[in-house]
Design a protein around this ligand. Structure first.
Ligand code: ITT
Length: 198
């Protein structure tokens, strides 16, 4: 199998972009939608997999190169899986995660007063590789954990300050970025398609 030597990383989220770059081998040529001024498509799918496919095929067709996309989100059991595929949209048009996190706390408070003692949540990531000839490969990864009683830490992005993975007592935002990247949903999804690169 020919290994991939250049790729467009199909995301306009700079937090994700950096993590995906760090997962990929250093010597492959990476194109960024932000640098090429290509806005993201509308995510009209009903699952992480559908949205990940929409992004991969869209960005690949824009520049006629292989695309690796990522559709991800946070599922909270008490909220019946919300915000799920709407994780980005909970932050509003201004991408305000203080707002999204306040919304998580408010909704959890309204469902169960003592959710802080025990709750379950997970991050999911679906990655799709799309080749200009129409070939595709997709994989999914997740990491189980819980929502922290308070927002903590400065690293990472999005919901990182409120997610504590099982087996740790720190939020993703309190962890060294290298540690997060070696255990998270994105790492687990990438692991299943890294054979195309390495
Ligand atoms: P693109 O569509 O351009 O990739 P996006 O931010 O809209 O950017 P998604 O639709 O996949 O991407 O939304 C995923 C949201 O879930 C993202 O905005 C984050 O808030 C959250 N999320 C995903 N992975 C995360 C992580 O590792 N840490 C914290 N939050 C994460």
């Amino acid at each position: 199998m020919n290994k991939i030597t250049e790729i467009i990383i199909g995301t306009n989220n700079q937090g994700k972009y950096k993590e995906i770059c760090d997962l990929l081998p250093g010597n492959i040529k990476k194109y960024s939608p932000k640098e090429l001024n290509i806005p993201s498509p509308e995510e009209s799918g009903k699952s992480f997999k559908e949205n990940s496919f929409i992004k991969a095929s869209y960005f690949s067709k824009k520049i006629n190169k292989i695309c690796l996309s990522d559709d991800s989100g946070l599922e909270i059991d008490l909220l019946k899986g919300k915000p799920g595929i709407y994780s980005s949209r909970w932050a509003g048009e201004k991408n305000n995660f203080d707002l999204a996190i306040r919304k998580v706390f408010m909704e959890m408070d309204s469902v169960k007063k003592n959710w802080k003692n025990e709750n379950k949540a997970r991050f999911i990531c679906n990655m799709t590789l799309y080749w200009p000839d129409g070939k595709t490969f997709s994989s999914e990864g997740h990491i189980e954990g819980k929502i922290s009683a308070i927002k903590k830490g400065e690293n990472g992005f999005g919901y990182d300050p409120i997610f504590i993975p099982n087996g740790y007592n720190k939020t993703f935002a309190e962890m060294e970025p290298k540690l997060k990247m070696s255990i998270d949903h994105r790492f687990n999804a990438f692991f299943k398609l890294k054979k195309f690169f390495i």
